[in-house]
Design a protein around this ligand. Structure first.
Ligand code: T4K
Length: 369
């Protein structure tokens, strides 16, 4: 059996992409707000059920820019349990990350831990919808309103996720998405900022194009975050396949739930009933009732050609450049990071491959340690 990775990218049929490329060649318009870029933004906004979207060349540049759009300063309260890009964008903006603990049930920032970290330097909260599971958007907004803070969601994992039938991307001041190859929806590399009004969208568009508002006027030290025409065309085609991909992810997730929910020492992620999830990741959490350690299972799977990943271990706050930023008690984050294993989930995962993964998990023994 071939190697099984935690992720494999969603790819449309190659022959269907060729006509898009032919159009790019005909237009000789390769980037800078070309026709596919405009069409993609429109169709994406419709698909996601959001008002305004600005697409970027990747999610990290989208997040870097989002912080500039709102002129965030000083300290930003965020989660240590995420991909390192979340906090890196703070450091790149000269901001100070302040880490709040997570709720172990959702793996998202625990709103009850935020208030105690607010100081006169705090200007924003940067939560993550980890694994595509919504953060507690209502409570976070309440806190932000009381203290006059901005909220930017790192929604890199949350493509297509809805709560009470409404896109999760409509919460906070801004949200960002990632369309990296490993994400539910990809444009090879790519990302976006979602915003609620036209004037903010305009400002985002200036900032992702060096700050130009016209040929001769620069209003801010912008960056080059533009998505090109080939990526945008790829995204347009991907939109035709995303619903099918989400259905396949759902059935894989259900099979895992059925097979693993009774395994002693393993906890499966808990998604509330009012959430339409996107099955972006399938994390399992291993406690000391399981026959072997998380790392022993990870190594055993690896030896059998199954490349699960410990997303998100180590915690961001444990990387050298963040050690000085550690604040408060983050013990829930520590314990989740030490117990998590994300097992493979992607639309093309075959049933036999899934059975192999399940059997490796079910048949671990104390001798595997
Ligand atoms: N915020 C959050 C919360 C994020 O999770 C991320 C990115 C960002 C912000 C930043 O967004 P971007 O700037 O990336 O748009 C991956 C991704 O590179 C990263 O996008 C993602 N989060 C993170 C969670 O995962 P790695 O280093 O673990 O990926 P890698 O290359 O080891 O790939 C994982 C597996 O996927 C491979 O073992 C095989 C498979 N794979 C990967 C690629 C790239 C393929 O089959 N084909 C491929 O082309 O970071």
């Amino acid at each position: 059996m071939k190697n099984i990775y935690v992720n494999r990218p969603l790819l449309p049929p190659l022959e269907e992409f060729v006509p898009y490329l032919e159009k790019v060649w005909d237009n000789k318009w390769l980037t800078n707000n070309g026709p596919f870029h405009q069409q993609f933004e429109q169709q994406l906004a419709d698909y996601l059920g959001v008002k305004y979207i600005s697409v970027f060349s990747n999610g990290t540049l989208a997040l870097l820019t989002a912080l500039q759009v709102l002129r965030i300063t000083g300290e930003v309260i965020t989660t240590p349990y995420s991909f390192v890009a979340t906090s890196h964008t703070l450091l790149w903006n000269g901001l100070t990350p302040v880490f709040a603990d997570i709720d172990p049930k959702t793996c998202n920032i625990n709103p009850e831990k935020i208030e105690q970290l607010i100081t006169s330097a705090t200007s924003a909260i940067l939560p993550v919808h980890c694994y595509g599971i919504p953060a507690d958007v209502e409570r976070i907004q309440q806190i932000a309103d009381i203290y006059g803070l901005k909220v930017i969601y790192d929604a890199a994992h949350a493509f297509g996720v809805k709560k009470e039938g409404v896109s999760i991307l409509n919460h906070g001041d801004l949200s960002i998405l990632s369309f990296h190859a490993t994400k539910v929806f990809n444009t090879i590399e790519g990302g976006a900022i979602i915003c609620p009004d036209e004037k903010t969208k305009k400002r985002i568009d200036y900032l992702k194009n060096f700050g130009f508002t016209d040929e001769v006027t620069v209003v801010a030290p912008g960056i080059n975050g533009k998505m090109n025409e080939v990526q945008s065309a790829f995204g347009l085609l991907q939109l035709q396949y995303i619903d099918k991909a989400l259905e396949l992810r759902k059935s894989i997730s259900e099979r895992y739930c059925n097979a693993l929910s009774d395994v002693e020492g393993i906890r499966i992620v808990d998604v509330p009933d009012n959430v339409e999830w996107n099955y972006a990741y399938f994390p399992i959490f291993i406690d000391n009732r399981y026959p072997c350690s998380r790392d022993a299972l990870y190594n055993k799977m690896k030896a059998a050609g199954v490349f699960a990943r410990r997303y998100f271990y180590p915690l961001i706050s444990d990387f050298p450049m963040y050690k000085m930023h550690k604040r408060g008690d983050i013990s829930e984050s520590v314990s989740i990071a030490n117990s998590v294993l994300c097992i493979p989930i992607y639309p093309d995962l075959e049933i036999e491959e899934q059975e192999k993964i399940i059997s490796l998990i079910k048949n671990a023994t104390a001798g595997d340690d």
